[in-house]
Design a protein around this ligand. Structure first.
Ligand code: SF4
Length: 379
């Protein structure tokens, strides 16, 4: 199916949603299109992994299709309860010198500014943050900002969580203004899926726009790290929000995992690459879905993901081929660069241990392997 056409048709049918602030549902039992017995099962899932969805995003679902990718992305799945993975598959804990701050590579720091998102992706690699006993995010970011001030190698700060644009703008402003005062910070990245989940929110937030304008005028680069998983998320409203950010000087890039039933299809990935380029938000990374607890139904083998991405890349122009396919492993970002009948070839795109920077990795080919730790190295 032409996924773009589907989006536009679906969207036109719901034109009244445009520009209205999205309402958020947190009780899966409020979903009208799912039978009572199924809702009971889904409630058991959400007791462990919370549910959150915007009415805007639910409005993009084709409820007549039980395999609809948008549905799959947002509606809980009983497979989430299967015994699989661990809560922190990339061992982020080992890069966390203080609550709310991660520092893995010398030049880059992450501030986990919120434990909220406009909606919850069912495959989220940080779903541990949404569980009530988690303490990895803090409201007061001053200790994290002080850490960045004292570490002069940090030139690039990613505001994440959660979704950085789920944080109320006055709080975001306090953080961004403090970072703007730090000379060695050149780039502030805002990690967000808000343009897919609730584009009216950033589109209408003039205080956010003027904050970004001021930050850029003060000499900082501002990047919006978007998270579109499927071409159908590029609604006219999402495209409008993207163009507003671009007009005020924000560099937009996209990144997402390749996930079963959502985008594990070469046609869908090619369409996504093309739409990202057309929207001025080129795809930066495709990620291997991490073996996080609850993600059993979303993970696909590495060789399959690589082959799908390769096929998708072959269908788009050079501008759309810049994307890298990486595993965010505890030891660094490992880019898979090739396959042959016997081997998988990879290299460290980013390495936690400086001695691994750029190092080539060769593994025995294993078409069932889904994570680096499953592979047997050859050299
Ligand atoms: S938007 Fe990001 S942090 Fe939020 S649920 Fe999705 S993947 Fe997780």
């Amino acid at each position: 199916m032409d996924t773009t056409l589907h989006t536009l048709k679906a969207y036109r049918g719901r034109a009244t949603l445009a520009r209205q602030p999205a309402r958020v549902l947190i009780d899966v039992r409020a979903l009208k299109h799912i039978g009572r017995a199924d809702l009971q099962t889904l409630s058991e899932v959400t007791a462990r992994f919370p549910f959150r969805a915007s009415d805007y995003y639910l409005g993009l679902i084709d409820w007549t299709d039980p395999h609809d990718p948008i549905r799959r992305l947002i509606i809980p799945d009983p497979k989430e309860l299967s015994d699989f993975g661990n809560p922190d598959a990339s061992d982020e804990a080992s890069n966390t010198p203080l609550p709310g701050l991660q520092h893995k590579y010398p030049d880059t720091a992450l501030l986990l500014v919120t434990d909220q998102c406009a909606a919850f992706c069912r495959y989220c690699f940080r779903k541990r943050l949404f569980q009530t006993d988690n303490r990895e995010t803090v409201r007061d970011m001053s200790a994290g900002i002080e850490y960045i001030r004292q570490h002069t190698t940090i030139t690039d700060v990613l505001l994440t969580g959660g979704d950085a644009l789920a944080l109320p703008t006055p709080q975001l402003q306090t953080i961004i203004e403090a970072l703007t005062q730090i000379r060695h910070v050149h780039t502030i990245r805002i990690g967000s899926k808000m343009l897919a989940y609730n584009p009216a929110r950033p589109l209408s937030d003039t205080r956010l726009h003027s904050l970004i304008r001021k930050t850029i005028a003060a000499g900082k680069n501002v990047y919006l790290m978007c998270h579109f998983d499927h071409p159908r998320e590029f609604t006219p409203l999402a495209l409008e929000a993207l163009s507003v950010f671009r007009e005020i000087g924000v560099e937009c890039l996209n990144q997402c995992p390749v996930t079963a039933g959502i985008n594990d299809d070469a046609t869908v990935l090619a369409d996504l690459l093309q739409q990202c380029t057309d929207a001025g938000c080129p795809q930066y990374y495709f990620f291997q879905c991490r073996p996080t607890s609850g993600n059993a139904g979303f993970v696909i083998p590495i060789t399959r993901a690589f082959s799908l991405i390769d096929e998708a890349r072959a269908r788009v122009s050079g501008l759309s081929r810049r994307v890298r396919y990486c595993l965010s492993h505890a030891t660094g970002k490992v880019e898979v660069v090739g396959l042959d009948p016997e081997r998988i070839y990879a290299r460290y795109h980013r390495a936690k241990n400086p001695g691994d920077e750029g190092r080539m990795l060769v593994f025995q080919r294993d078409d069932m392997a889904t994570w680096l730790d499953d592979l047997v190295p050859v050299i």
